[in-house]
Write a protein of this length. Sequence first.
Length: 163
Amino acid sequence: MRSLYAYRFETNWKIEADIRQAWSLISGGDYGSWWPGVSSMLIHKSSSPSGVGNRYRFVFHTRLPYKLEFDAELMAAREPEYIRIRATGDLEGFGVWTLKQEGRVARIRYVWRVNANKRWMNALAPLIGPAFVWNHDQVMREGAKGLSDALGAPLVSCKSKAG
């Protein structure tokens, strides 16, 4: 059975930190303060104490010569372990962060299921799809390193897979 989403990624980070510290950075939406190559801004603040309904605009400057811009709306949050966002813009779909404490290590998993809305990406995907996967992996490695640096904590591992 074919997936509804053309791009399906799962990334797992392990950082020697408390998940509450990681949660505060990930849930805050200000990825530009710790993720190299990313700019972000709050474009709508909801009245929900959990932040559900908040919308952020993200611009990811990638290793390849293109950028991806999308809005992310916080759809669900359960502190300090779960965040679900809906993306619209250059990418459309959803992302889910799950955080789990394993001893001294924060295990951070990101699942990203999206379609590209850029025509050139869809046209070239059959030829250079592996380059898009590589690019995603590089962006996620930069995020893992940026988060571990911001937390002042060692990055234990960063693994991504496309599926």
